[in-house]
Design a protein. Structure first.
Length: 526
């Protein structure tokens, strides 16, 4: 896909009519907002600068997508990675929303076409990198008299803080845009931000009396576990034996470890690929594309992989080595179970990890700060208390306050499991854990009932095959067609009409119009 990606739709060239709730249902196919989404959207519509701290998979993108469809002008999203921009533009196009991305690979003809489309009001959302936003070319484009910039969204906003786990100096230049577009509302989004990082974001972006919204850091669908390294490769292979055919990410400390582990996995018959800075950019892009397109099950990677990866059906994240901070750990495990279905996070750790991490402290801007972060990570790994409680406490959230009726009454971590207060994960192709969830919770997570419903199983299998074929034809990842949540809901509800199909999770009017004929035929035949 090239750098320019937009399509005409019911919202093209004008703001979408209706309330946020109506747009949520008709365009995106969701029945209700997740926690904090509605508050953030209302702030943006009212022109209030907002910092929203929401967990990975919490639906941060809707916080600017829905206002963008209601504003008359354009919304600019500052995003750190080209692959992330393109992926998000592809998903918006699937919903019929006119979006585009500008990056370093944009050629002159594409740039001219994009300028014309923006000037004519045919683009609602424009993705740019922090480096690109600082160029005169893009600023001149946005300052065109015919262009109204209504909202500027800064994704992965923790990158602007030196206390953040992924500080990027280029983010510090974003604040200068405020003076050039004083009427635009600022929205900063991140999944990981302590109080200190939140203060840095507000200060460094020069946000004006912002509303700070912090959703719960709790991920109730994620089983947390940590093991001391004994025979790490064998530990990984044992884990994977119970997760055959599932999508997962394995993080390693070094490029050498990535390559060695990838080789051992592939020699064991596992479809694994590697990702690290030592590979060429084209090879990294090829491997990433294969992973998000379900052509490989496992991505073995360094920290270079993952930011902005929008694949919702990652069922597990394994840390082959201990991360350097809880922020990094939380960000990386957040890439599992973004669809709300059951997922697992396995951390392997040993004394050797500490030596490797500390070896690079000399390259850190503040070695003492780095040591404090490492000690918190070690405390989590070695701790004998509930891991979920420890994790939430680090972010200043009491565990009790995170519980709602939708959260299981018993914690899901290995410490509590060994104490007999919660079930251990069970082996299974799609059910990595939580088999004693109450029935109400299973329904809310869209757990497939195919084991008891042979028709649902047949529909599920047929939809998976069709989804892969459709994705290949459109040159997009399968989850852009629809995710596993939608697949399970269709299989469960067995819609017989377009009206019934639109009632399924994640199927809005545009997707029903585009794919409805095929889906309904599959349901009928299966």
């Amino acid at each position: 896909m090239n750098s320019l990606s937009f399509s005409k739709a019911n919202c093209s060239g004008a703001n979408c009519p209706g309330t946020p709730e109506e747009i949520l249902q008709s365009v995106f196919g969701y029945e209700r907002f997740r926690p904090m989404q509605r508050e953030a959207i209302q702030n943006i519509l009212e022109g209030r600068d907002t910092l929203a701290v929401m967990p990975t998979g919490g639906g941060k993108s809707l916080c600017y997508e829905i206002p963008a469809l209601m504003f008359s002008g354009i919304t600019v999203i500052v995003s750190p990675l080209i692959a992330l921009m393109q992926d998000q533009a592809e998903q918006l196009a699937a919903y019929g929303i006119p979006a585009a991305c500008l990056n370093s690979s944009t050629d002159w003809n594409t740039y001219r076409s994009l300028c014309k489309a923006i000037s004519c009001g045919k683009i609602k959302l424009l993705y740019v990198s922090p480096e690109g936003l600082g160029t005169q070319r893009i600023r001149s484009l946005l300052k065109n008299a015919q262009v109204s910039v209504d909202c500027i969204t800064i994704d992965e906003a923790h990158c602007i803080s030196e206390w953040g786990h992924d500080f990027r100096p280029d983010y510090l230049e974003i604040a200068s845009i405020r003076a050039e577009f004083p009427r635009a509302v600022f929205l900063a989004l991140t999944a990981t931000a302590t109080k200190h990082v939140q203060a840095d974001i507000v200060k460094n972006l020069r946000m004006e009396h912002p509303e700070i919204l912090v959703a719960s850091f709790n991920r109730p669908n994620l089983f947390l576990q940590a093991e001391k390294k004994t025979r790490p490769v064998e530990q990984v292979l044992s884990f994977l034996e119970h997760h055959r055919g599932q999508s997962g990410i394995i993080y390693c400390f070094s490029r050498k470890q990535v390559d060695e582990l990838t080789l051992k996995l592939t020699s064991s018959g596992i479809k694994a690929l590697s990702y690290h800075a030592g590979l060429s950019s084209s090879q990294r892009a090829q491997n990433q594309r294969a992973f998000i397109s379900d052509k490989a099950d496992i991505m073995v990677a360094t920290v270079a992989f993952g930011m902005g990866i929008n694949k919702p059906d990652v069922r597990f994240v394994i840390h082959f080595d201990m991360p350097k901070s809880i922020e990094q750990y939380y960000q990386e495990i957040g890439r599992a179970g973004r669809d709300g279905l059951q997922a697992e996070a396995l951390l392997l750790f040993g004394a050797g990890d500490l030596h490797k991490i500390r070896y690079f402290f000399s390259e850190s801007a503040d070695a003492s700060k780095a040591e404090l972060l490492l000690q918190e990570m070690l405390k989590y790994a070695e701790g004998s208390a509930c891991r979920r409680k420890t994790l939430l406490s680090y972010f200043g959230e009491p565990y009790s306050s995170a519980r709602t009726d939708a959260v299981p009454s018993k914690c899901c971590c290995d410490v509590c499991a060994s104490a007999g207060t919660t079930p251990k994960p069970s082996a299974g192709r799609r059910q990595p854990g939580f088999r004693s969830f109450p029935k109400k919770q299973e329904a809310s997570l869209f757990v497939s009932s195919s084991e008891e419903d042979s028709a649902a199983k047949a529909i599920e299998n047929a939809l998976r095959l069709w989804r892969r074929k459709a994705a290949d034809e459109l040159n997009v990842p399968p989850y852009v067609i629809f995710g596993d949540k939608t697949l399970f809901d269709i299989a469960r509800k067995k819609p017989a009409s377009i009206q019934e199909l639109v009632s399924c999770y994640g199927i809005g009017e545009i997707k029903a119009e585009k794919f409805g004929y095929y889906i309904l035929r599959i349901v009928k035949e299966a």
